[in-house]
Design a protein around this ligand. Structure first.
Ligand code: RFL
Ligand code: PHB
Length: 389
């Protein structure tokens, strides 16, 4: 088979990119290892920046998001005693949208057939070949048969563990990484949220986050040691811990219920450079990871896809032979700023096992400064709603 663009991975990055290119009449095939239900079963991001919602709107796929999503104009940092409200709407003129990654993915997936976006699910052994030549191709197997797709460009949207990044030779690449000494234990439950806005809490016993998916579905997280076992956290223990860490105001309004999903995710910061090698471009988690504290992962995937779609549309529709040359530098400039924000908020809000009394005083002083400074709150709000493209 021949196509103009082959996209590896049908997560949010791959699906968004596929739709943006199809909308311009570019030939696209998306190759995904998993089955659709598996992709939809992953409970991940919950907060969308304006840049991400704008992309859904541009595709004409934002109707359900606007009907069911919750626009938020603020969130809270809690320091054990008080809630510090960051009024993002007053400080930036913009809001964020609380709408789950699962729903974004579902909207993109369901619109694929009517828009002629071909997605091959359950493709095994995906391998990229000759990406630095003028005739790259990808092979995969399905139902015992091996297939080959020749394409002019490959977009690696296959997440942190996918094969695309590994197709870039080590001699031209550099990876930057920080692994944090803790993870997040998350719980999803069909109960009303304890607060109408998100609360990020720094408590003596560790970080906690109160988030939501809707007015009747809550998502909470607590910081746990990396070797923690999920079996050690029956629902009751987890609700007790959340009530303690989030503080009395949230605890008083917290409704408990059985977990629909419970999982532990490690936290890491990771950037891979460059994001283009020959005819292969990386986008989303395949090129970078942020700790979830800033709610930036999915949003960065969307901004990469914005730059990448512009580049490919420039190449195919406007005849700019060099259109993809600037993609890596453009995307990385925004990636590093989101990495910085996510790292800083992670350092501010978590208890580090090797942290000393001085480190703790620095956190207290910074939270106190944020509580009293319009400038500090503006900086946080500007980053949280998303830097301009
Ligand atoms: P994905 O979503 O990992 O999708 C990659 C796709 O590639 C497929 N794949 C392959 N396909 C073919 N061949 C192979 N060999 C393949 N290997 C993999 C996979 O099956 C999958 O379908 O990457 P993408 O599209 O770059 O999207 C990135 C986001 O998923 C991620 O950044 C966010 O979920 C991060 N994140 C958050 N981001 C936000 O913007 N706001 C948030 O509030 C937020 N909260 C979170 C998060 C991530 C979390 N976890 C569990 C990592 C909260 C959590 C707990
Ligand atoms: C979520 O609702 O899953 C969520 C919200 C905000 C974050 C991270 C995760 O910073």
């Amino acid at each position: 088979m021949k196509t103009q663009v082959a996209i590896i991975g049908a997560g949010p990055a791959g699906l968004l990119l596929g739709h943006l290119l199809r909308a311009e009449g570019i030939e696209v095939v998306v190759i995904e290892r998993a089955a659709p239900d598996y992709v939809l079963g992953r409970i991940r991001a919950g907060v969308l920046e304006r840049t991400t919602t704008d992309l859904m709107d541009r595709l004409g796929l934002g109707a359900r998001m606007h009907a069911e999503g919750l626009p938020h104009d603020g969130f809270h940092l809690a320091d054990g005693e008080r809630l510090i409200r960051i009024d993002i709407e007053a400080l930036t003129g913009k809001k964020v949208m609380v709408y789950g990654q699962t729903e974004v993915t579902r909207d993109l997936m369901e619109a694929a057939p009517e828009r002629g976006l071909e997605i091959i699910y359950e493709a095994g052994d995906v391998a990229l070949h000759a990406v630095d030549s003028d005739a790259p191709y990808v092979t995969y197997s399905k139902d015992g048969v091996t297939y080959r797709i020749d394409a002019q460009f490959f977009c690696g949207c296959d997440g942190f563990h996918g094969p695309s990044r590994k197709a870039v030779p080590a001699s031209v690449a550099k990876a930057y990484e920080k692994v944090y000494p803790f993870g997040w234990l998350g719980i999803l439950a069909d109960v009303p949220p304890c607060h109408h806005e998100l609360i990020y809490a720094n408590h003596d016993r560790g970080f906690a986050l109160a988030s939501m998916r809707s007015e009747s579905r809550s998502r909470y997280y607590i910081q746990v040691p990396l070797d923690e076992k999920i079996e050690e956290w029956p629902d009751d223990r987890l609700w007790d811990e959340l009530a303690t860490r989030l503080g009395p105001e949230a605890a008083a309004n917290m409704t408990r219920g059985p977990a629909l999903e419970k999982s532990i995710a490690p936290l890491r910061s990771f950037v891979f450079e460059p994001m283009r090698y020959g005819r292969l471009m990386l986008a989303g988690d395949s090129a970078h990871i942020v700790p979830p504290t800033g709610a930036k992962g999915l949003n960065l995937a969307a901004s990469d896809v914005h730059y990448l779609s512009e580049a490919l549309i420039g190449y195919f529709k406007r005849g700019y032979a060099d259109a993809v040359a600037g993609y890596s530098d453009k995307a990385l400039a925004r990636v590093w700023k989101s990495e910085r924000f996510s790292w800083q908020l992670t350092k501010l809000m978590h208890r580090f096992p090797d942290g000393d009394a001085f480190d703790r005083r620095m956190q207290v002083a910074e939270l106190d400064y944020i509580a009293s400074s319009h400038a500090a709150q503006t900086t946080i709000a500007e980053n949280y709603v998303g830097l301009s493209l």
